[in-house]
Design a protein around this ligand. Structure first.
Ligand code: XMP
Length: 509
């Protein structure tokens, strides 16, 4: 495996993504991690990330020199490289006359190892204010650009390498090859980390951790919790108990169809709980989006708490926490850089004194999907669009009454059904309908109507952080609009949302 020491770059997660794509297991830890906590098993390689500071700044994140004695290959990227140089000769790094941001042409001086199988001239992506003006004599240059004499280096005796550019970004043409050269050839790692090996390892470690104890898992109907439950069930069978709560804010037929999948296809021990009345009661008269979210979250905890009192004696709570929730970029505000623990079921573990089991906390979303496939979860379920925890509660703008939720449920159903029928469902990242709390005038037959408006939203995105509105065909939108207005009494107008994120968000609340 490869240890990535994080010096605070926005790009550190990308290093991990690229290595995972090469089937290399890796973990990101803060630069000042206690090395004793991460040296068993000993990593096969270490990468020092980039970072926003200058190595010359007072209190700048430092190099833990012990790693140089570990006899493990090291690759420094940007700040990481500068740290290595600065460590040998303080003062060898200084502010560059010309800051260098964006594309540059890498010219290769030595293609023996790190820069093997890369064209003599290729595009790399730079982002730095400092540069190395005096390379310590123990290093030699293996690549340069017009602006940076020292673009890629290697140590003359030890397996220590450095690049001034960022191989982890897509704009660096052969970045992945460079990381592959480092991982496969220099570190001699095999690239055998796959979904199957992950599942095997997890099953063994869950068995060992849990022993004869009982594990509780809250299912949301989403991919992450379903993968977690399936994995744990494979490991410990019916020592696992799952709970799936109907909060009255789910899509049409969702509760029944997901319960079916859980019990019939996946054979999970799951208890369905209908708490829809309680949720709607507590949401009465509430229209502020943040208040709605809080009420929904707290009610969930109460329902869950009540439910598990029946079964008692659980030692563990299983959660679908993902890697992006776990890693927090190093903060320079003080010495106490902490890793954030993200509680999907906010507050429950503390309240109930349960220990957490988070088997996918080292995975990215697409890796969870792959593990899900390998576990035999049906493809149509794995490919489902994301759905927010507060559900339709934040898609009925204003107060989510039962009547309005029912109107929205029907419209959402038609929209999604048509997307699937016309093979557009997988083309968009997320699609949803929103019920606007405004009424407008229409005419149906000879009658004047005064009814609600449905907004349709479909976006393309990679990760939900940024998104563009999906350019769905006009004919398709016309057809969906017709169906919604004709089939749902209470809706007389349909609009399509053509805003991108940012500045808008995907959801309307
Ligand atoms: P926004 O609206 O912030 O949404 O662009 C980005 C993604 O996050 C989902 N989302 C939520 N998921 N609880 C969740 O579990 C929430 O409160 C929540 N709000 C937004 C949204 O559906 C989209 O996929």
């Amino acid at each position: 495996w490869i240890l990535i020491l994080d010096y605070g770059s926005q790009l550190t997660q990308l290093i991990a993504r690229r290595l995972r794509e090469l089937h290399i297991y890796c973990e990101i830890h803060p630069f000042n991690v206690n090395l004793e906590d991460v040296n068993t098993p000993e990593p096969g390689g270490i990468i020092l990330s980039g970072g926003p500071k200058s190595v010359n700044d007072e209190g700048a994140p430092h190099l833990q020199k012990e790693i140089l004695d570990w006899d493990v290959p090291i690759l420094g990227i940007c700040y990481g490289l500068q740290l290595l140089a600065h460590n040998e000769i303080p003062g060898s790094v200084e502010q560059a006359e010309k800051r260098e941001y964006g594309r540059a042409n890498l010219l290769i001086d030595n293609a023996e190892d790190l820069l093997k199988a890369i064209p003599n001239e290729s595009v790399v992506w730079m982002s730095h204010g400092d540069h190395i003006h005096a390379l310590p004599p123990s290093y030699e240059i293996i690549g340069h650009t017009t602006n940076a004499k020292v673009a890629a280096v290697r140590h003359k005796e030890n397996q220590i390498y450095g690049v001034q550019f960022h191989p982890e970004v897509a704009h660096t043409d052969h970045g992945k090859q460079i990381l592959q050269n480092f991982a496969y050839d220099i570190c001699d790692l095999k690239g055998d980390w796959t979904s199957e090996s992950f599942i095997e390892e997890q099953i063994a470690s869950i068995r060992e951790k849990v022993g004869d104890d009982k594990v509780l898992c809250a299912l949301s109907g989403g991919v992450d919790s379903t993968v977690v439950a399936t994995l744990i069930h494979k490991a410990i069978g019916d020592q696992l108990q799952c709970v799936f709560v109907d909060n009255g804010l789910l899509r049409k037929n969702e509760f029944d169809s997901v319960m079916d999948l859980y019990t019939r296809d996946l054979h999970l021990p799951v208890r369905g709980v209908d708490a829809s009345e309680l949720f709607l009661e507590r949401l009465e008269g509430v229209s502020d989006p943040e208040k709605k979210r809080k009420i929904i979250g707290n009610t969930f905890i109460d329902v869950f708490d009540d439910e598990i009192k029946h079964d008692g004696d659980f030692k563990y709570l299983a959660q679908g926490t993902l890697y992006p929730d776990v890693i927090e970029s190093v903060s320079f505000k003080g010495p106490s850089a902490t890793i954030k623990s993200h509680h999907n079921v906010g507050g429950l573990p503390e309240k109930m004194k349960l220990d957490l089991i988070e088997p996918v906390r080292e995975l990215f979303k697409d890796e969870v999907r792959e593990v899900g496939r390998a576990l035999g979860i049906p493809a149509h379920f794995i490919g489902r669009h994301p759905f927010p925890g507060p559900g339709l509660g934040i898609r009925v703008l204003g107060e989510p009454t039962k009547e309005r939720l029912d109107l929205l449920r029907e419209a959402d159903y038609i929209f999604v059904e048509e997307l699937k029928k016309q093979d557009l469902y997988d083309e968009v990242w997320q699609a949803l309908a929103v019920l606007l709390p405004v009424q407008s005038v229409g005419v149906m037959g000879d009658e004047r109507t005064y009814e609600f408006t449905i907004a349709l939203r479909a976006v393309t995105s990679r990760d939900g952080m940024t998104a563009d509105w999906a350019h769905l065909p006009y004919e398709f939108l016309a057809h969906v609009s017709n169906r919604i207005i004709n089939e749902i009494q209470g809706i007389n107008r349909v609009v399509y949302d053509v805003s991108s994120k940012p500045p808008a968000t995907i959801e309307w609340e």
